[in-house]
Design a binder for this molecule. Sequence first.
Ligand SMILES: Cc1cc2nc3c(=O)[nH]c(=O)nc-3n(C[C@H](O)[C@H](O)[C@H](O)COP(=O)(O)O)c2cc1C
Length: 460
Amino acid sequence: MTDQPRQLSLNAFLHDTGHHEASWRHPESSVERAHDIDFYVELAQRAEAAKLDGVFFADIPGVWAATPYRPTAHLEPITRLAAIAARTERIGLIATASTTFYEPYNLARLFSSLDILSGGRAGWNIVTTQSDVAARNFSLTEIPSPEERYVRAQEFVDVVTKLWDSWEDDAILADRESGVYFDPAKVHPIEHVGRHFQVEGALAAPRSPQGRPVYVQAGSSNDGRAFAARNAEAIFTAHQTIEDAQAFYVDIKSRTAKLGRNPDHVKVLPGISPFLGATEAEAKELQHYVNSLTVPAYGLAQLEGLVGVSLAELELDEPVPAELFAGSGDVLDNNRSRLQVVANIVERDRPTLRQLLHRLAGARGHNVVAGTPLQVADLITEWFENGAADGFNVMPPLYPQLLDAFTAQVVPILQDRGIFRTEYTGSTLREHFGLPRPESLYSGGARPETGIDLAGAARA
Ligand SMILES: Cc1cc2nc3c(=O)[nH]c(=O)nc-3n(C[C@H](O)[C@H](O)[C@H](O)COP(=O)(O)O)c2cc1C
């Protein structure tokens, strides 16, 4: 890899009208374009013009029909990224896809196809999905436990990896003379037999430009971290303070090293959701205004989903009882890491329920900041240079206004400090992130494990 000084990785987390739950009610929001692909292509082109590493779409295959207070039913992310790929050249394309609600063969083919048609810009955000709403769309009554989900996820990733490697880079000959299209010695049935999957393979797609799309992951519980340390090349996470972020960073890097992986090849990207203004007061005024557009019923439903109990008895302007976050149980365990983020806010800042709902309205527990471009650039630089982050998942509260403000006013400061690129030096997402291109597991006649449950072995 290049020997240039350590560089920030910046991703734009795309989200219809913005990450603030009330962004769509802003008079200048683009809510009417929430299902217009051109809107997302324009956002991606803006991110590319600012030389960002990638754009990312989250996804949960389900709709909360009970809470009609926010745009939902988004277009499927891989489909959207394929359209964006055709009208961009360098920006990375990261989509969420669930290991609980996909079959590995289909998912491997979707991401391999996206990587091939984009010239090597695909990334897969590996999630296990913690929502019962999604589970009921896939012949389940409730979501399996986090432990079960992560065991299945590990075998899922192992199968996808073998499928992505099942065609060696030079397998295709396309030799008109001899009539041989591919070298059968370089196309490998994976013959996987495991606890959850039986997959013969090879993949119905040749090896992609990156070898394998980039492995992204977004779970921060103990199981989530163990999974990330073993598989992730980029990690999305949520922290409110530099101390919490540093603790997560140190833990992830040491777990990765313990598994014999290079910690530099795992990028830790906390979320940041910046309200920007010419003055701090102006930025806070905008934040205050957007907070005033919230519908408490929406935030309450979100928080009830997180803590697993009704909050109907609580007064909006009374302090939130910390005991809400104590104890355990399926709901609490389902999203343990995010629950911890919210519990820390209550512990540290003793907010009223209304204040907490406004804090979470911004970006669901990610770090919401309001300040001048210099203040935001200083925060980013501080976390980057003090072992709290390798970069950020940028989550503008309002799209496109606050993406434009971030790219026009914050990025140039980071470039002037020499910690963010002024030009793309590579063309694939791996090159943007400074990640190596993996060799095929089958190259040189090697044969990876076919049958045993790799997950169990890894944890032993
Ligand atoms: C930046 C970020 C993006 C996420 N995107 C998704 C998503 O698209 N779909 C999803 O089901 N979960 C998503 N999650 C939630 C995580 O996948 C995970 O379920 C959650 O963090 C709980 O996992 P844990 O208990 O292992 O921490 C995201 C989390 C973060 C921090």
